[in-house]
Design a protein around this ligand. Structure first.
Ligand SMILES: [Mn+2]
Length: 355
């Protein structure tokens, strides 16, 4: 039902700037059609039904996944769809300027000849994707619930001697037994490594007194969860308690500001001011949209072009403070904007846990 509504919504957006929209970003094709294979493009005419193009390997799968959509099997998807658009009188076609390579654009130019002009589609599909449907929120809730369960399960594995790579593997295992996959390569950082925001797991073994920062999430039916928790192995030192409390407060305050009407740039700026007020440096933006991609619109960063948040937009809220050579703390939740504020879809404990 909703899958029919999505091309209609894009057609309405495309009609303002063109006669149709050629979508070549695979994740956007999936969103519009439900097709999950690795090679496809879709033509969405402003005034007609969509046409999906894929290659011979996926003809059967496409017919099964997209029973209500016309399918064209071709070797060169973009040019095939341009031919199709051209023959039905399309003179102006919106394309994904942010995604096309120069080579694929050249191929579109050749296929359209003098008949077709191309315009920037302005990331129209990404904008549609930012506002989730109920069915999407249900899937994200499942991904976040698995993520919370995995966190609880992995706490038991945090014993001195376990390496970062061991724990990253355990995270994956706990997701697997729950029918999920990792949404991205898990970040597991012990001790001083926790001061690197995007540390890659190593053979560093856990020692008493280490911070343990874990940034991970489950992927369920294509939808990504994203959560970070920082715990301590053994008794926390005073500076670790203080740092964790600072970040927890900033994260709670930032989360409370996520609401309909909030401006992404301003949310990021407010978090930035809070971190700077503690005398620490800001290492990264406050958060990002999350859904069919782990990082998607709207981005909560200083130069974000994103408009005000509305009901059913999902974002992460993930402030962190990092002390090079000592350790760092990040606390991250995946939240959904609702009618009056935001609800956190991840709900693992945010207070400092001593393992
Ligand atoms: Mn994140």
């Amino acid at each position: 039902m909703s899958l029919q509504r999505r091309p209609e919504a894009l057609a309405a957006a495309a009609a303002k700037i063109a006669d149709g929209y050629l979508v070549s970003r695979l994740v956007n094709v999936r969103y519009l059609t439900g097709f999950t294979g690795s090679n496809a493009a879709v033509l969405v005419p402003a005034d007609g039904p969509p046409v999906l193009a894929t290659d011979g390997r996926y003809a059967t799968q496409a017919a099964m996944e997209c029973p209500d959509i016309e399918i064209v099997v071709a070797r060169r998807l973009g040019p095939a769809l341009v031919e199709r658009a051209r023959s039905s009188g399309c003179r102006r076609l919106a394309v994904e300027r942010h995604h096309l390579t120069l080579a694929s654009y050249d191929a579109l130019l050749a296929a359209g000849g003098d008949d077709v002009d191309y315009v920037d589609g302005r990331e129209a599909v990404e904008q549609l994707r930012a506002v989730k449907e109920e069915v999407e929120l249900d899937t994200l809730r499942r991904a976040c619930a698995v993520t919370d369960e995995v966190f609880g399960a992995v706490l038991d594995k945090l014993r001195p001697g376990a390496t970062e790579l061991d724990i990253a593997w355990r995270l994956q295992e706990e997701m697997h037994v729950r029918g999920a996959q990792p949404a991205f390569e898990s970040i597991v950082a012990f001790g001083p490594n926790s001061a690197r925001p995007h540390h890659q797991p190593t053979a560093r073994a856990l020692e008493a007194g280490d911070f343990v920062k874990m940034d991970f999430g489950a992927r369920v039916d294509g939808y990504h969860a994203d959560m970070t928790r920082t715990v301590v192995c053994g008794r926390a030192a005073g500076w670790q308690r203080d740092l964790h409390a600072l970040v927890a407060t900033i994260q709670a305050e930032s989360r409370a500001e996520v609401a309909p009407g909030a401006v992404p740039v301003e949310l990021d700026a407010a978090a930035r001011e809070r971190i700077e007020a503690t005398g620490h440096d800001v290492a990264h933006g406050l958060g990002h949209g999350v859904g069919l991609e782990i990082h998607e619109s709207p981005f909560l960063v200083p130069d974000s072009p994103a408009a005000r948040l509305v009901d059913r937009v999902t974002v992460t809220v993930e402030p962190g403070i990092y002390l090079p050579g000592r350790g760092g703390v990040r606390i991250e939740d995946t939240v959904v904007v609702d009618a009056t504020g935001a609800e956190s879809l991840t709900s693992s404990p945010r207070e400092l846990i001593e393992i």
